[in-house]
Design a protein around this ligand. Structure first.
Ligand SMILES: *[C@@H]1O[C@H](CO)[C@@H](O)[C@H](O)[C@H]1NC(C)=O
Ligand SMILES: *[C@@H]1O[C@H](CO)[C@@H](O)[C@H](O)[C@H]1NC(C)=O
Ligand SMILES: *[C@@H]1O[C@H](CO)[C@@H](O)[C@H](O)[C@H]1NC(C)=O
Ligand SMILES: *[C@@H]1O[C@H](CO)[C@@H](O)[C@H](O)[C@H]1NC(C)=O
Ligand SMILES: *[C@@H]1O[C@H](CO)[C@@H](O)[C@H](O)[C@H]1NC(C)=O
Length: 342
């Protein structure tokens, strides 16, 4: 019996020894603002936007942190922490990100925070997984640049719902127009000074009816799909006096949905996950599709690829302030990178 216990103990000791002899992953030091870090970050942002169907496209503000792990001789895994900012382009719009302006701080900007894992093979990046959170900027930040600017209003606010309804009627008022249905609210703010005004951005979708048809029986109007699919991105303001209302819509064809069209929730007012926020939060976690899942799960299992198992890994990313100290023999990577906007 004692012999048996000893044998088990010895076997465990052996396996521990074997584990500790697994070579630690090679970690390549890369500055957050290195062009290679940026290439990885842009690949990530492109992928995140392609999978984001509600609200607005996001752009890169800053690379917070980066780790590069050797996986196979020709493959590296990049782990990035990214700060993103909302743009003024709707998530479904085909406008390329370079042509989208960042939402100004005074309009109550929304920030995204993403952890992304990418694979680099032969110089090409592909996203293995990502996790993003989004949050409107703090009230204090807005107040510091514009004390009178309103914050984002929840989508289920009754004034917001009323404004969308009124402006949608205006969009649909010319008799020979395409009849549009409401698709989603993008954002809304309620001004009280100098007068009560609800500023709202929303998306409408074209149906097979004219507004004349719809007057008879709007129930029979169905949204156009496939090649005929058409959206309108509308920016408007509703005031106490309806004659002061104005709304402008820009027509667009939706970008090709990268995945998950089932995630659509056309009534943000009725969707409790979205209604109270005032913006469209990210879907919590994303793993990429089947072709990359195998490599993704391979990545999770071998401890050799898990940087959290390597105590030296945590020390590789240093804050910018530390990098300003006397230069060590091996230069430490400089992180976080520069902010592009605010
Ligand atoms: C990397 O991208 C280049 C250019 O797009 C392409 O020719 C090449 O096949 C890609 N390599 C891999 C491994 O995907
Ligand atoms: C729109 O499509 C629906 C379903 O196909 C059909 O019942 C309806 O008559 C169409 N309406 C018009 C005005 O074409
Ligand atoms: C609309 O209603 C009028 C009167 O009820 C009817 O004559 C007309 O045919 C209807 N038009 C459509 C497109 O259904
Ligand atoms: C709508 O478009 C007109 C003409 O292009 C412009 O004068 C007006 O300011 C726009 N209104 C909004 C709310 O963007
Ligand atoms: C709006 O939605 C939030 C979150 O679901 C809820 O707590 C709040 O009561 C709702 N407000 C109204 C006016 O319905």
């Amino acid at each position: 019996m004692n012999l048996f216990v000893a044998a088990v103990f010895f076997a465990q000791l052996l396996s521990c020894t074997a584990l500790s002899m697994v070579p630690t992953p090679h970690i390549r030091a890369l500055d957050c603002d290195d062009p290679e870090s940026e290439a990885a970050a842009w690949a990530a942002v492109t992928h995140i936007n392609a999978n984001h169907q509600h609200g607005y496209k996001y752009t890169l503000n800053r690379i917070e942190a980066i780790k590069v792990l050797q996986r196979r001789p020709s493959e590296e895994v990049f782990k990035l922490e990214l700060d993103l900012l909302e743009t003024t382009c709707h998530a479904l719009s085909p406008t390329i990100l370079q042509d989208c302006s960042v939402r100004p701080l005074v309009e109550h900007a929304v920030e995204g925070d993403c952890d992304v894992k990418l694979l680099k093979v032969d110089g090409n990046f592909s996203v293995l997984s990502y996790r993003c959170k989004s949050e409107p900027d703090s009230a204090e930040d807005i107040a510091s640049v514009c004390p009178t600017c309103p914050l984002l209003a929840p989508f289920n606010d009754s004034q917001v719902a009323q404004a969308v309804e009124t402006l949608l009627q205006q969009v649909n008022s010319p008799d020979d127009n395409i009849y549009f249905l409401f698709h989603e609210i993008g954002r809304a703010r309620i001004w009280t000074l100098p007068e009560n005004a609800v500023e709202v951005e929303f998306v409408v979708v074209a149906t097979n009816c004219t507004t004349q048809d719809a007057k008879n029986a709007s129930d029979g109007c169905v949204r156009l799909s496939g090649d005929d699919e058409q959206y309108g991105f509308c920016v408007g303001t509703a005031k106490a006096a309806p004659e002061d209302n104005h709304v402008n819509c820009t027509a667009f064809k939706a970008k090709v949905a990268a995945s998950d069209p089932s995630a659509a929730h056309p009534d943000p007012k009725g969707n409790p996950e979205v209604a109270g926020h005032g913006h469209h939060p990210f879907q919590p976690v994303h793993l990429t599709s089947s072709s990359e899942e195998s490599s993704s799960s391979e990545m999770v299992h071998p401890t050799a690829a898990d940087p959290s198992a390597d105590p030296t890994a945590a020390n590789v990313i240093v804050k910018r302030s530390i990098a300003a100290q006397p230069i060590p023999a091996v230069p430490l990577p400089v992180c976080p990178g520069n902010k592009r906007f605010f």
